[in-house]
Unconditional design. Sequence first.
Length: 395
Amino acid sequence: MQKKYKIWIDEAGRGPWLGPVVACALTFNPGNLPSKELLSKINDSKKLSEKKREEIFEELVKLSLWKNPRVYFWVWIVDNYLIDQVNIKKANKEAMRRALVELLRKINPHPRILPNKEGIIDSILIDWNDNYIFDELDKKPVYVIWWDAKIIEIWAASIIAKVFRDKLIITYASIYPDLSLENHKWYWTKKHSDYLTWKNKVTWIHRITYKPVKKVLEQKEKLLLHICCWPDSTIPIVDLKDKYDLTCFWYDPNIHPKKEYDKRLKAFKKVCEIEQVPYIIGEYDIENFFTNTKWLENCPERWERCEKCYDMRLTRTSIEAKKLEIQYWTTTLTISPHKDEKKIFTLWEKLNLKDSLEFLKLDFKKNDWFKRSIEYTKKNKIYRQDYCGCVYSKN
Ligand code: SF4
C-alpha cells in the first residue's frame, strides 16, 4: 500500500528585529517511524530546555541521514532583505513554500510529478496564523492551533526551526558582540533597544521595515556642537538644529576673567533658550590651560599656544560625545577669522581616528555665518565680546 505522509511546516523568527525567518517542513517516515523513546522525548519546544532541544535536534538530524530515513525534513531560510522587500507574512510563506517543495522532492521518487496527485500526502498541517495556500499543491493545508494541537510532528518541526535559527544567532553574535544576541535571540530587550541609539548602529542583518529599526533610521543624526568664540556660534546653532538632533556643549575653560566667562555663558544660555536647543556646560578649567600653555604665554594668536587651546577643547568635546554616544560632533572654533581651520581639522581627524567618532568638517567662515551672527546678536540684544578669551588675548 502507498505510504502516506503527514507533513508539518513551522517557522521561527517571525517577530525579531533582525535576521532571517527560518521554516522547517517535516514528516516522519510512515514505514519506518522514529523509536518510541525519541517520540516520548519530543515536546513543545518552549517547554524544553535549550540543551534538550539541541539533543532532540541532533537525533532528528541523524535519523534523516539514514539510508531509509525515519525522519524527512527540509529547512529554508529567507533573509531580512526579502522580509523588508515583501513583508514578513509573504517572506514567511516563501520560506515555508520552499521548505515544503524541497521536502516533497526528497520523499517523492518522481520529482516531476506532483506528489499529492500521486496520493502520497495524507495532510499538510500548518499553524492557523499562517493560513497560506501553496500553488504547487492542489491539497489545501489543514490549519491548526499549534499550542492546542499536541502533535509530535509539529513539535519536531518547531524544534528544528528554532535550533537552526539559534545556531545562526551564535554566528551573528560573534560578528556583532555589542548586540548581545546570545541573550535575547534577536527579539526586543532593553539592551538591544539601548544599543540602537543611532543610525550607524543598524546592522546589515536588521529588518529596516520593522518599527523600532525604522524609527532609528528616520531620526535625525545626533550632533554635539562645541561652542566657542561666543557669540559667533549663534548662527551655527540656528542652522544646524533643523538638520540634526543638536546638543550644544559649552566648553571654554580659559575665559578670563571669571566675570567675563559668566557673562558669555549667560548669553549662550539665552540663545539656547530662544532656539530651544539642549545644552551641556563643561567645566571651567583655567588651571589646566595654564599648565598646558606654560612658556607659550607670548605666542601670537594662531600659533602654538592657540593649538594647545584648540586641542584642549576638541579633546574634551570628543570625550563628551563618546560619553553621550553622540556619533557626530563639530566645533564652532572655525567661525572666527582669527582661527586657523587647517590646524583645527588636523587635530580633529587625529581625535576621530582615536575615538572612532565621526566629525563634520564644517568651516563656519563660509556662507556669511559670521556676518549673520553679528546681525542675530544685534537683533536679540546678545552680548558680544571684543577679545578671544584668555588672559593673553585680553592683554
Ligand atoms: S587667543 Fe584664543 S584661541 Fe588662542 S589661546 Fe587664547 S583663547 Fe585660546
